[in-house]
Ligand binder design. Structure first.
Ligand code: NAP
Ligand code: 8YV
Length: 318
């Protein structure tokens, strides 16, 4: 299949780039200065896109590639891919579910503990020499908290299972109640925020969840409330969040994702009551290798006539 030509939209882990180079003729969009001119000349030869998260595969790019068969995403979230347009044209979209679930859930628990017990703030305090002068202030606690999970899917459930060991109460909201979990279902997101005092966001991004965490939800979470977002930045109204943190409408926030990555609003950086991570939920070598392997396996399976391994629900196997 080395003669099959594909486009790679950005950077993926080296092991995946090497596998793509071994199995396909890869054109790297980032290396092409005049992409429009390049697409006019080469578009008919491209049969697949290997799509890195964050860089859009929009309707225009899909339309520019008339012989496109499959878009293989590097990541479980695919809000960067115009999946409606792909489905309309009969193009398969794949993602990388399951192989990253545990890694992201581990990171979420770490981010929650770091936020509630102010671990990065305490580290900064010690490094600055302040311990020689005074003690670090007492922090909030996880004890007695109710954790509300917005998006009890693969990752949300793995977070819940980990947090169960901490002896906290867990409740959740999805569009659909699950019959296979022991956690209480809450009918609406505002009611989830009202009942919980930690709100963990683990839904996909995209139009359905855009700014779902708004001023109203933050107000419902309350002055002892903690927001943790590992879903997508677009789910949170960042301006409303900054105001809520500045005014004590909520206590603190731990964020791994932002609306305009890698740009982070200065207001979220300036406040002390945030823990901010550069979208590292799945970013271990082990897990990125597994994600890259699954992305490549989807492409090789498709071109070997075995169908895609992990198509997204919107573009099921024909
Ligand atoms: P998943 O298994 O599809 O779970 C998504 C959950 O969100 C489902 O339970 C779904 O339930 C719920 N949901 C979807 N839309 C909703 C809406 N509008 N309102 C309420 N609930 C909604 O996906 P996953 O594998 O757990 O991944 C979840 C997301 O995590 C990804 O899409 C990605 O954005 C993010 N992620 C982030 C990182 C990181 O590095 N920070 C890494 C991996 C993934 P219903 O369908 O019943 O609503
Ligand atoms: C990665 C992610 O950051 O899988 C996702 O949806 O957000 C993360 O695992 C991303 O996919 C890598 O670019």
């Amino acid at each position: 299949m080395a003669d099959i030509e594909i486009v790679l939209t950005g950077n993926v882990i080296a092991s995946a780039e090497a596998a793509l180079d071994r199995d396909f003729k890869v054109h790297r969009l980032l290396d092409i200065a005049d992409q429009a001119a390049w697409l006019r000349e080469h578009s008919t030869r491209i049969r697949a896109i290997a799509a890195t998260n964050g860089l859009p595969v929009d309707a225009a790019l899909i339309a520019a590639l008339p012989n496109l068969e499959i878009i293989a995403g590097f990541g479980v979230g695919y809000d960067n891919i115009d999946v409606t347009e792909a489905a309309r044209r009969g193009i398969i979209v794949t993602n990388t579910p399951d192989v990253l679930t545990d890694e992201v859930a581990d990171l979420t628990v770490g981010l929650l503990l770091a936020t509630v017990r102010q671990i990065p703030q305490a580290d900064r305090f010690l490094r600055a020499g302040h311990w020689l002068e005074k003690r670090f202030p007492f922090t909030a606690t996880l004890r007695g908290r109710t954790i509300g999970i917005f998006g009890l899917g693969r990752i949300g459930l793995a977070i819940a299972q980990r947090l169960a060991a901490f002896g906290v109460r867990i409740i959740y909201h999805n569009r659909n109640k699950r019959d296979d979990v022991p956690y209480q279902y809450i009918e609406t997101l505002p009611a989830l925020a009202e009942t919980a005092d930690v709100l963990i966001v683990a839904t996909p991004g995209g139009a359905n969840t855009h700014h779902a965490i708004d001023a109203h939800v933050l107000s419902a979470l309350g002055p002892d409330g903690i927001l943790i977002n590992i879903g997508r930045g677009s789910i949170v109204d960042e301006a409303a969040l900054a105001t809520a943190l500045q005014k004590g409408i909520i206590l603190s926030a731990g964020l791994d994702v932002f609306e305009d990555e890698p740009r982070v609003p200065q207001a979220l950086i300036d406040v002390e009551n945030t823990v901010l991570l550069p979208h590292v939920g799945s970013a271990s070598v082990f897990t990125r290798d597994a994600m890259g392997q699954l992305m490549v396996d989807n492409l090789t399976a498709w071109f070997a006539g075995r169908g895609p391994l992990t198509p997204v629900p919107e573009t099921p196997v024909p």
